[in-house]
Design a protein around this ligand. Structure first.
Ligand SMILES: Nc1ncnc2c1ncn2[C@@H]1O[C@H](COP(=O)(O)OP(=O)(O)O)[C@@H](O)[C@H]1O
Ligand SMILES: [Mg+2]
Length: 333
């Protein structure tokens, strides 16, 4: 235990590795990852990294990959917060976020309720620690600036779909996560449904990547469907997607949704009513008793992530929007 002189609050020196794992299926991003790892390794002062890009491009996945790849640069570990879990009625409850960090750092005493005292305590505890703090799904610069560490040993990596230009004045290094290049998109499809099948329809595969706008999110939905339906031709899938006037990603969700059992469609729409990105399996069971089989079906279709160990279910941003739309269309009396 060390005692922080400023606050008198004790904090244990447990090393935390909080960042969730990156997806097992992961293609490309070598250049971006190399750049990020190098920035972490060569930092001489506090580092603020901003990963931005369109929804579904793979910012959260890359941030997780970074946390793992840059471990050596952060011997004191990593903290992680997903701000979607702290959003209440539009705004983020920052005191909850900071409190979470403090608890992770081993503070067990009762905490002040005042945000500036909480952030002061956090800054004191972070001083001289070589920690990476990953903050997922940031929407405004303020959500970061309010607690930003002032020492020069930590690094903060945030992901966002929004323009966080204001962070520039805090020395932010912006790394844009673009759509996957054509070949890497095809490689991702190959991972899903096998090289043979993809190579047999090479032109259609490239067309699918273009139609999915190179977004791993959309490609994973399409890939999961191709994996489930082994006789489906890639060219037919491309024709279906091309006929959709909607945004490609929503169309890809529609496409994955088409195949679902009635029960799974119902749960998907019910999750849309909930409108939260994340909920416990207990909360899901309140919507539909005994939801395990249906959750498995939705997970296989790549529509949501189900963390069985933690007992949590997570819809991505676009997925939540799609489910909300299904709720409006299908559940209104
Ligand atoms: N490089 C990649 N290779 C394969 N799948 C990826 C890659 N990047 C992201 N994904 C997958 O694509 C989906 C969207 O990624 P995510 O990181 O949540 O996007 P974002 O945070 O940009 O909205 C997830 O299912 C994720 O596992
Ligand atoms: Mg994300």
């Amino acid at each position: 235990m060390v005692t922080n002189g400023l606050s008198g609050v004790a904090s244990s020196q447990v090393v935390r590795w909080e960042c969730p794992p990156a997806p097992a299926l992961f293609v490309d991003r070598t250049a971006e990852l190399r750049q990020l790892v190098e920035l972490c390794a060569t930092r001489r002062k506090a580092l603020l990294l901003v990963l931005d890009g369109p929804p579904g491009a793979g910012k959260s996945a890359l941030a997780r990959k970074l946390a793992d790849a840059a471990r050596e640069s952060f011997p004191d570990g990593q903290l992680y917060a997903d701000l979607r879990e702290h959003r209440r009625g539009g705004g983020v409850e920052l005191s909850g976020v900071v409190e979470g960090f403090l608890r992770s750092l081993g503070v067990s005493e009762p905490l002040p309720s005042d945000l500036s005292r909480l952030t002061g305590l956090l800054r004191s505890l972070l001083h001289d620690r070589r920690l990476l703090i990953v903050v997922d799904h940031v929407t405004t610069a303020e959500e970061v600036v309010r607690w930003l560490p002032n020492g020069d040993t930590c690094a903060v990596a945030v992901t966002s779909n929004h323009d966080l230009d204001e962070l520039h004045q805090y020395g932010a290094v912006r790394v844009q996560i673009e759509r996957l290049p054509l070949d890497d998109g095809v490689a991702l499809l190959r991972e899903h449904c096998g090289a043979q099948r993809v190579d047999a329809e090479a032109e259609a595969a490239r067309r699918l990547v273009t139609l999915c706008d190179g977004l791993p999110l959309a490609l994973n939905l399409v890939g999961a469907k191709l994996r489930r339906r082994t006789s489906l031709a890639l060219a037919d899938v491309a024709a279906t997607l091309a006929a959709e006037p909607e945004s490609v990603v929503l169309a890809a969700f529609d496409f994955a949704h088409d195949d679902l059992s009635q029960q799974a469609r119902r749960l998907w729409a019910l999750l849309g009513v909930h409108r939260g990105g994340e909920l416990s399996v207990g909360a899901v069971a309140a919507l539909m008793p005994g939801p395990e089989d249906v959750l498995e079906e939705l997970t296989r279709a790549n529509l949501l992530e189900w963390d069985e160990l933690a007992g949590r279910v997570r819809l991505g941003e676009v997925g939540a929007r799609h489910a909300a739309r299904r709720a409006e269309e299908n559940l209104t009396p």
